[in-house]
Every structure is written in C-alpha cells, then in structure tokens.
Design a protein around this ligand. Structure first.
Ligand SMILES: [Zn+2]
Ligand SMILES: [Zn+2]
Length: 267
C-alpha cells in the first residue's frame, strides 16, 4: 500500500494533514473543527477511528483549535512537547475557563526521534513565535516525508533535516509585495516578515535554488496566505526556482488548499 500524505487543510484558518503507512495513520495538527476533520478524512478515504496518533507542531490556534474535541471523541494519543502542551492548556483555559485534560498525552522532545507504529518520527526545532515549535520528518517503508510550516526562515539545522525527502511539504506563505501593500496592520506585517514569522515565496525559492537537494518526487506548497499570496504566484516562484536546478523533471509541485482536502499523494 505504501506511504501516503493527505493535506486536509492548510493556511491561517486551519491546518491538518495525515501521514500514513500501510499500518499506521498519523494526524499532523488539529487546526480545523472536529466535524470538518471527520468530513475531510472521509473525502480522502480515511476512517477517523483508525488514527494511531495526533501530533501537534505548535500551540497557535490554526494548529490546535479542533484538538480537545477530536482527542475526546477518538481516544487517540496526542503527542507534543511539554511547552506546547502548556501553551495549549493555557489557550483552552482562557477560552473556556476550565482546565483541559487529554486522556492520552505523550510528550516528545525536539531533536529526539520516536516511533508511532511503523512510522519513525523526528521532530526538530523551527524558528517561529510559539513556545516550542517543531517541524517533522517521517520515515516508513523506505520513504521519507519532510513537513515544515510556520517558520520565519530556513536555518541550517532545518536544511539538514530535509535532505533526502521523497515528499516535501513546505510553507510558501506570502508574496512580499502583496504583504507590503496589503491590508494587514503594520505590526502584523512586521511579525509575518520577521525571523520568527512565516516563510515567503521568495525565501522558499531561495532555499530551492541554494540548499535543496532535489530529492523529492512531490513538493507541496503549504500554509499559503489568502490575503497576501496567490496560488499561481506561489507555484510560479517555486517552479522557476526548481527549474534552475533542472529539478522540474522529477519535482511535481502541488498546492495545499485551505477550504478542501488535496487528493492523497501516494508513494
Ligand atoms: Zn499556522
Ligand atoms: Zn504558527
């Protein structure tokens, strides 16, 4: 059956994806409602009750807002770092006035790999303004998937982790010019553009041109801003950058949408 990646939702209004092997299914982030997660899982042929684990990258609401309910309903183990767990608990308490409980909370540490079924997970630190944000690589059946969104820039450590990926999911958040002239208040623009904000199309292109090892069969552009980007601009920038490496022959560029699931990528 092989390995599959299903992008259920991607962007500032909610993030959720599934990385699956023949025997294991991992939900990466729970940033859309429980109901919508169930609905989109159905459209990609996945049964919510068969999830092996839920992994959380960081505690921003577009990555966790469906978590409490989803975990309660499915009794699925939830994996996150201690600091992310505290950040999540604080956010839920502030909103609902009660201390949230996770039935099965599994703590991991950035930099330390762990196993979920037959999938090996390696979390690594990314530069973003959250308590303890991480990206992941997943390995199963000889396939490597790299998954990294919500980062201000691509540090050397992240570039190292992303070598040899067969599927690469990466943030292509904004077009710098659209952000500059767009409707966001100046303080928000500065946050997005900062070293702990979000990755621009041009920063991703720069990574492709200078550091990427051309290993992926599929490159997925993720966490696109609806206000400050356009899918075709993001695609054009990425394809132009990959073409300079002669990499367009084997890198298929896909875009992860906000409002619907992308058909599963299978390897
Ligand atoms: Zn986000
Ligand atoms: Zn974030």
């Amino acid at each position: 059956m092989g390995v599959s990646v299903s992008m259920l939702a991607s962007g500032s209004r909610g993030n959720c994806a599934i990385v699956a092997s023949a025997h294991t299914r991992i939900l990466v982030d729970a940033g859309i409602s429980c109901r919508e997660t169930f609905r989109r899982m159905k459209t990609v042929g996945q049964d919510p009750h068969s999830l092996s684990a839920i992994l959380i990258t960081h505690e921003h609401s577009d990555h966790i807002c469906g978590l409490a309910r989803l975990a309660r309903k499915l009794h699925t183990p939830v994996f996150m770092t201690g600091a992310t767990h505290q950040g999540w608990a604080r956010a839920v308490r502030d909103e609902q006035g009660e201390k949230p409980q996770l039935e099965k909370f599994e703590r991991f540490e950035s930099g330390h790999r762990f196993q979920v079924g037959d999938i090996e997970v390696k979390p690594f630190t990314i530069p973003h303004d959250a308590a303890d944000p991480v990206g992941f690589t997943f390995r199963a059946e000889g396939i490597k998937v790299g998954f990294v969104t919500d980062l201000g820039y691509v540090p050397a450590s992240v570039r190292d982790h992303l070598r040899g990926c067969d599927v690469l999911v990466m943030e292509s958040n904004h077009d710098l010019e659209m952000l500059r002239v767009g409707p966001y208040p100046w303080a928000v623009k500065q946050r997005v553009m900062s070293r702990v904000g979000h990755l621009s199309n041009v920063a991703l292109a720069d990574y492709f041109i200078n550091d990427y090892d051309n290993s992926a069969t599929f490159v997925v552009l993720a966490h696109l801003s609806e206000q400050n980007n356009h899918p075709e601009i993001a695609r054009r920038e990425a394809e132009k950058a990959l073409a300079t490496r002669g990499g367009l022959f084997h890198n298929r560029v896909l875009l992860a949408p906000q409002t619907e699931a992308l058909q599963p990528i299978r390897l």
